[in-house]
Each structure stands twice: as C-alpha cells, then as structure tokens.
Design a binder for this molecule. Structure first.
Ligand SMILES: Cc1cc2nc3c(=O)[nH]c(=O)nc-3n(C[C@H](O)[C@H](O)[C@H](O)COP(=O)(O)OP(=O)(O)OC[C@H]3O[C@@H](n4cnc5c(N)ncnc54)[C@H](O)[C@@H]3O)c2cc1C
Length: 404
C-alpha cells in the first residue's frame, strides 16, 4: 500500500537519497507546482514519514545541506523547519488545540439546525460542489491521504471564503484523512489561512494561480470568492514555558514503549537496562482507514527495528493504552521505569499525561525522551516564524539523534 509515501524507515532513507538532488534550486523554483496524484512530484512526499518520525527533520535537512550547501538548500530546510515551528508554537499554547476539538463537536451539532449550511457541508465532503479543482482535491484527499501544500492552502481558502464553511470543520476533514495529520501543522495551517495566526493576514485562493500551478489540469470556471475577510480574532493565550524533560535512570529496570508519535526510538541514545518492549496502536480520533493503515505500517516498522536492536520480543498494549494495561505490563516485567518518545500536544500526549501519575503511584517512572532538535527549537517558537528562523543554525549544528 501507499507506494507513493514511504512507510518504513528503509524506504524513507531511499526517498531522501532520491529527492535530495532536487532539494536545491529545483525545489526553490518548482515546489508550488502540483502535477496531481499521477504527476511528477515537485516536493519530497516525506511528510507522513517525518510526522511519525520514521525519519527525522535533522536527517532530511542534513542530506540537503550536504548536497547543495546551506544557501542553495535554504528554502527546503526552512520548509522542514515550518513544521518544527508550528509544533513548538502549539506546545506553548495547548489551549488552541483543546479549543479546536471542542469547536468541532459544537459545530457538528449546530449543522443539524441549519439546513442550508448542512447542504454546503455535505457537498464539500462529497466533492460535489461544482468547483472542479476543489471536487478533485476532495477525491484525491480521500483516495490518497495527501494533498500538495499549495493545494491545501487553496482548498482551505475555498472552503472558508467561497463555500463559507467554518475553518474548524475543514481542519477536522483534513485531520481525519491526511496520512501526515499533525495537530500543530494542520490546526495552525487552517488558522493561518483565515488570518488567526498572522493577525488579519488571510489567504485568498486565485483561479489563475490554481490553473497555472496545476499545469492547466483545472479550468476553474466557478467564481471563487474575491475577498477573504479575517475570521474574528480569538484570544491567543500567552506562551507558557515548554515543560522540561526528565532524564532516564540508566540503572532502572526499564521498558521501552513505542507510540505512533516517534517510530525511530532505536536511533536515540537509549539508557542501559531495557528488559521489555511494547507498542500501542493508538492514534486518537476517528482516522480514515488509509490514515490508520499508514500509521500502523510505520508503527510496525518502528517496533520491528527496536526489537531487532534490543533483542526483545515486542508486545502490543491495547488500542487506547489504558492505565490498567500499562500497569499490568509494568508489573509483569517488574519495571521501575518506562521510557517513550516525548509526544507533542495531541492525543498521545493527553494519554501519557494521565498515565504518568498512575504509574508513579505504582513506583514506575514514565520518562519521555525528547529529541534535542525539539528541545532547542520549541522555546524559539513564541512569536512568528521570522524570529524562529534565527534558531535554525543552532538546530543544524546538533549531533545526529541527540537527546535533550
Ligand atoms: C491547511 C494546511 C494544513 C496542513 N496540514 C499539515 C499536516 O497535518 N501535517 C503536515 O505535516 N503538514 C501539513 N501542512 C503543511 C504542508 O502542506 C505539508 O507538510 C506538505 O504538503 C508535505 O509535503 P512534502 O512532504 O512533499 O513537503 P516538502 O515540500 O518536501 O517539505 C519537506 C517537509 O517539510 C515540512 N513542510 C513542508 N512544507 C510545510 C509547511 N508549509 N508547513 C509545515 N511543514 C511543512 C513537512 O514535514 C515536509 O514533509 C499543512 C498545510 C496547510 C496549508
């Protein structure tokens, strides 16, 4: 399945090697063009792999710089860092994620009360709006689990300003289907389109640009909105400091717990005494089948690599890694420490937050290993991307696979 998107680390490494020659001038000049699902890709298609850390931002950026030098690879490296920036920004304002989830529930309930709105929403989800590009993108998203970045911008703009549907429900549709669905990049990408991230600056989709960047695949005869009024500003909470991570105790009897948030834990400097290995298939929400299958393929690959490195038989913890199941796993192996990858704001973090005190009551410490890349980057994501960019040289100088 999904031959277009690497779902194992080996395939992701091959993709990096194949794409790297294009990550310099070709990327800078052609990256906004989209040939569609059957066309030649102008971007790396690595986002599902990076999202679940089959491969790290650091590895992909380093390959591009080694091939082209920083100046020529800068555009590509900056795009990689956009994701880091969004994740760091949301990490310091988790309320934005919680609020979006509550908005979706509230708005889905409201739909039933407004027939006209409901009809537009159903047409949008079914790809029957009559807007040729939009309808084709809906089918592409459902059938492949991915859309090009410029398409995502145009899609979100048409959803909000031409179809006059709330951004929150569009973000929910993306989140359900995208193989790379990321609480930060998705929620904040939609907020950016409606002017909530850069105050008052919205993105207006243009028919001529869509025609041009799609190589003429779409006629776009439908009259798109000519204005993109900003969504009413919401109060953005002040940035709260990023919580510090705990260090692992190298002498503790330890279990390694793999989640879908970081499927390459075996690449990190793990502490000594690991005696048990388990994974959870939980990815939160109600994912579309393709998204779910892709996440499971990446998890299986990550678990297999960890089992090979540690020489341990992997176990599966139930789908929602409930407290009882984790306590039982820890007790069976007499663990005093469980280490896992640090999960940024999102469903896995929510579960780990509940789990940590329950395990602590049993004398088991839950340690979340944070990559140095995140630890150095996140505190710089307090304001806009421009000041964040100043931290990029620091990130690029980190040793590969370093921990905080
Ligand atoms: C409304 C909207 C929603 C989005 N939702 C997501 C999402 O849920 N998950 C996600 O990973 N990206 C999201 N993006 C960003 C972007 O569209 C994808 O990361 C990109 O299309 C992935 O394609 P690629 O791997 O070929 O990227 P490339 O151009 O090859 O870039 C390499 C990597 O850099 C990162 N990247 C590139 N562009 C961006 C960007 N604009 N913002 C953030 N990271 C970027 C990705 O990790 C990507 O794999 C969203 C953008 C918008 C406008």
């Amino acid at each position: 399945m999904h031959t277009r998107f690497p779902l194992t680390r080996d395939v992701a490494l091959v993709r990096v090697a194949e794409f790297t020659p294009l990550a310099g001038r070709a990327y800078a000049s052609r990256r906004n063009h989209d040939g569609g699902p059957d066309g030649r890709a102008t971007t790396s298609l690595l986002s599902p792999a990076i999202r679940r850390r089959l491969i790290s931002e650091q590895e992909v950026a380093a390959a591009a710089i080694a091939a082209h030098g920083f100046v020529v690879a800068e555009k590509f490296v900056q795009e990689i860092c956009w994701r880091t920036y969004w994740v760091g920004w949301l990490q310091q304002r988790p309320d934005i994620w919680t609020r979006w989830q509550a908005d979706v529930v509230r708005m889905e309930a409201l739909l039933a009360e407004d027939g006209k709105w409901q009809r537009r929403y159903e047409q949008a989800l079914a790809g029957t709006t009559g807007i040729d590009c939009f309808d084709a993108w809906v089918h592409e998203l459902i059938e492949t689990g991915w859309l090009h970045n410029h398409v995502r911008m145009s899609f979100a703009s048409i959803w909000c300003f031409t179809l006059r549907l709330p951004w929150q429900l569009g973000a929910a549709f993306f989140y359900r289907h995208l193989l790379d669905a990321c609480p930060a990049s998705n929620t904040l990408g939609w907020r950016w389109v409606v002017g909530l991230q850069t105050a008052g600056k919205t993105y207006l989709a243009r028919a001529d640009l869509i025609r041009d960047l799609s190589g003429g695949r779409f006629a776009v005869n439908f009259k798109l909105a000519s204005e993109a009024p900003p969504w009413p500003a919401d109060d953005v909470p002040p940035a709260t400091p990023v919580a510090r991570v705990q260090r692992a105790d190298p002498a503790a009897r330890t279990g390694l717990f793999v989640t879908t948030e970081d499927t390459s834990l075996e690449q990190l400097a793990l502490p000594g005494k690991i005696v048990a290995l388990a994974a959870t298939p939980d990815i939160g929400g109600t994912p579309a089948p393709l998204k779910h299958q892709a996440a499971m393929a990446m998890l299986a690959d990550g678990l297999g690599r960890a089992a090979h490195r540690l020489g341990l038989e992997p176990e599966r913890i139930d789908a929602t890694f409930g407290t009882d199941a984790m306590r039982d796993w820890a007790a069976r192996h007499r663990l005093t420490q469980i280490i896992t990858g640090d999960a940024p704001v999102g469903p896995v973090k929510d579960r780990l937050d509940v789990l940590a005190p329950a395990l602590a009551a049993d004398g088991v410490t839950l340690v979340r290993l944070r990559r140095a890349w995140d630890d150095v980057a996140w505190p710089h994501a307090r304001k806009g991307f421009f000041p964040f960019k100043a931290a990029i040289p620091k990130l690029l100088a980190l040793p590969p696979g370093a921990l905080a």
